[in-house]
Write a protein that binds this ligand. Structure first.
Ligand code: NAI
Length: 700
């Protein structure tokens, strides 16, 4: 026995403590479950009356099932055996003659919550780390140890659908409100309130009170047509949100619907059946792989120890500055904002507040917390108040001379070892570096717009950036909730260098006379969050045109702008969404094709959806291969993560290069050669693709 201990705490009451050996968190591996089973057998034989299941880990009750085990399953029988084993144990737990209580402190996720649901009662210790969820759909599967059976019965259909279909995480307040936990105890009050709770449930009337409280919420859901209406609405909303690309929430919904009237045992059989199919699907394998890639970013190693960032500054309060000011304040840092004119302050306060208001509405933060965070932002139009700042982020306009002047002022007014970071999107970090004295403290931090919604930040060291600076900004970005990916200095850095040729190809296709809605629809149907032509309108045609020119200067012929963009920008002077007209005309939420653009389009042509997708996506794969070969990014995994977090490349496809692997490098190489013959040298296969194709290898 390694992972559990049973301690008698007083007369006929024992604590079963979960403390997984050699692991930071508790996971329900097959071995841990077997040990639990043995303890349950021992408990059955004992004269104990009450069992409290708790964790010895700080901040974690149980993190869930062992995902590595799920990932390793390659046939339905093994998945079913694993689930049947777990379900037998949870059924044993749920039918123990003893009263069972899950004492939840810290994260209680997936299988961990399913274990808690198999207990008679759930008590949560309040605190920011105590969170409850059934997040399985985020890994392309669904709850498989009774979650689809026990949760709806306990908290009602509507609440259960909310948690299971979105995999959303709830705090103790919500858990209490919906009846998922029977009591919330403030931290520090356990010593008094746990015995009080035990006392209250030891009497039949006390027990009955809790059961009544649970029942009272859900009486309307007992009416079949009310439930049918809820299923229908949930299905519609899922189709709208996922476009049907993610089977897991749909299968979970179907399971709940099919099993509502069944006994727990029959219901579990269906849950097991559905889980097994999902666990072996390509989508689930891709999502689990992404989970591990994303986890790996959290433990990246550096040759230096990261310093703590307490105090920050942001220079510039434009589109990006506002988002970054919010980000730094939200990370709990003090933020000194340097503006060109102090009058800009009102506009910034409004923007930052509106992001916080959105978060308050979604219950992601509280107004008390927000007041505190907003009070940590101070404003100036000089370079004063910077003496104690650990990191200053420059987000002024994209002009080298203006940026250099800012750096000179920062170096004059900040401490020697302070970090200066730039959010430049197109100027080389090694070039900007030239004007600085302390080159080792300078680094690129390229955020994506809008900062509060886009998780990625590209970290771009120059040749001189120290490991300490790199480790410090990496840690700071992680703790701010961003996904950092380190990329080498090159035009467009990583994500834009790969994304722009894709958008450009869509403009080539549009110029050939293919309807722009057809192009956008083809790529939306592939899973991109928005079609490429609408994306140009969203980013701004002026911005797109400029970036394309920068990339053409850097990479030459293969990045030649599509002929359509130049007249649309210079002759028609269309800017995109921000001016109400671009390739589309925008009126409120409506958008229609802008017929003005037709002047510069050849006669109408038809191109199949597959061909459109192939031309645009293969363009990205080809550039991604070049980036990998030039070591702009260290691995295919990091490249895929960056494209997903920075552009919304569909996660269910596993990432750009994972998708390429699913087609096969040989096929991609041959197709690129065909495209080169038809459309020109911009499709010339990258040397790495040729190499992989010839040796029959993959990116992963
Ligand atoms: P913006 O034009 O909205 O804002 C620039 C701000 O800098 C203006 O508010 C201006 O008043 C201020 N400024 C100029 N000189 C200043 C000085 N000496 N002191 C203080 N403030 C000064 O530009 P945006 O879009 O916010 O871009 C800022 C930087 O971020 C640029 O380097 C840009 O390339 C980069 N970037 C922009 C993205 C975008 O989507 N807009 C995405 C990623 C990076």
């Amino acid at each position: 026995m390694k992972n559990f201990t049973l301690n008698l705490i007083e007369n006929k009451t024992a604590e079963l403590i979960f403390d997984m050996q050699k692991e930071k968190v508790n996971k329900l591996s097959t071995q841990a479950l077997s040990e639990l089973d043995t303890f349950l057998d021992e408990i059955i034989e004992s004269d104990l009356e009450t069992i409290i299941i708790k964790s010895a880990k700080q901040g974690i009750f149980i993190a869930g099932a062992d995902i590595k085990e799920i990932e390793s399953m390659s046939d339905e029988l093994s998945v079913k055996n694993m689930l049947n084993h777990g379900n037998e144990i949870f059924n044993k737990l749920s039918t123990l003659k003893q009263t069972t209580i899950a004492l939840i402190e810290g994260a209680c996720m997936g299988g961990g919550l399913e274990l808690a649901l198999s207990c008679d009662f759930r008590v949560a210790i309040d605190g920011s780390k105590t969170k409850l969820a059934l997040p399985e759909v985020k890994l392309g599967v669904m709850p498989g140890l009774g979650g689809t059976q026990r949760l709806p019965k306990l908290v009602g259909l509507q609440n259960a659908l909310g948690m299971i279909l979105a995999g959303s995480v709830i705090d103790t307040r919500k858990a209490d409100r919906i009846g998922l936990v029977d009591k919330v105890i403030p931290k520090g009050y356990e010593e008094f309130q746990i015995p009080e709770f035990l006392q209250s449930i030891s009497t039949p009337s006390g027990k009955q009170k809790i059961v009544e409280k649970r029942k009272s919420k859900n009486f309307l859901e007992q009416i079949p047509f009310v439930r049918d209406y809820m299923y229908k609405k949930a299905h519609e909303s899922l189709i709208q949100k996922t476009k049907g690309f993610y089977p897991a929430p749909l299968r979970a919904l179907e399971t709940i619907k099919k099993t509502w009237d069944l006994s727990i045992y029959d219901g579990l059989k269906i849950e097991t059946e559905e889980f097994s199919k999902l666990a072996l699907s390509e989508v689930s394998k891709n999502m689990i792989n992404l989970f591990f890639i994303s986890e790996a970013t959290k433990s990246k190693k550096f040759d230096a120890v990261a310093k703590e960032i307490q105090s920050t500054a942001v220079i510039g309060g434009g589109v990006m500055g506002k988002g970054i000011i919010w980000l730094f304040s939200n990370a709990g840092k003090s933020v000194r904002v340097k503006l060109r004119k102090i009058e800009q302050m009102g506009d910034i306060i409004k923007s930052v507040k509106s992001i916080y208001t959105f978060l308050i509405k979604r219950k992601k933060t509280t107004s008390h917390d927000v007041d505190f965070k907003i009070s940590s932002i101070t404003y100036t139009d000089k370079y004063d108040g910077l003496q104690n700042v650990d990191l200053a982020l420059e987000a002024v306009l994209e002009d080298e001379a203006v940026k250099n002047e800012v750096y000179a002022n920062l170096e004059k007014n900040m401490k020697k070892d302070a970090i200066i970071a730039t959010n430049t999107s197109s100027i080389s970090i090694n070039q900007l570096n030239n004007s600085l004295t302390c080159k080792e403290n300078f680094v690129g931090l390229h955020f994506f717009n809008p900062v509060d919604r886009m998780p990625l930040v590209e970290i771009i060291p120059s040749k001189h950036t120290s490991q300490e600076t790199l480790a410090t900004v990496y840690k700071f970005m992680l703790s701010s909730g961003k996904t950092p990916v380190i990329v080498d200095d090159c035009a467009g850095f990583l994500v834009n260098r790969i994304l722009i040729p894709y958008v450009n190809e869509a403009l080539f296709i549009a110029g050939e006379g293919v309807n722009i809605e057809t192009i956008d629809k083809a790529l939306s149907n592939f899973g991109m969050p928005m079609g490429p032509i609408e994306l140009v309108d969203t980013v701004g045609i002026d911005v797109g045109y400029k970036v394309l020119q920068i990339l053409q200067n850097a990479y030459g012929q293969r990045m030649t702008p599509a002929p359509l963009i130049e007249p649309v920008y210079t002759k028609l002077q269309l800017l995109g969404k921000k001016s109400g007209s671009g390739f589309y005309m925008y009126k409120g939420k409506e958008k229609t094709i802008n017929t003005q653009v037709n002047t510069y389009i050849q006669n109408q042509t038809l191109l199949s959806e597959d061909e459109i997708v192939k031309r645009c996506i293969y363009m990205m794969i080809n550039e991604a291969a070049r980036c990998l070969e030039e070591e702009i990014v260290k691995s295919s995994e990091e490249l895929d993560l960056a494209m997903i977090m920075g552009t919304g490349f569909p996660p269910f496809r596993g990432g750009l290069l994972k998708y390429a692997d699913s087609i096969g490098t040989k096929k991609i190489y041959e197709e690129l050669e065909n495209l080169q013959n038809s459309y020109g040298s911009r499709f010339e296969p990258a040397p790495l693709i040729k190499k992989l194709a010839v040796s029959n290898k993959k990116f992963y």
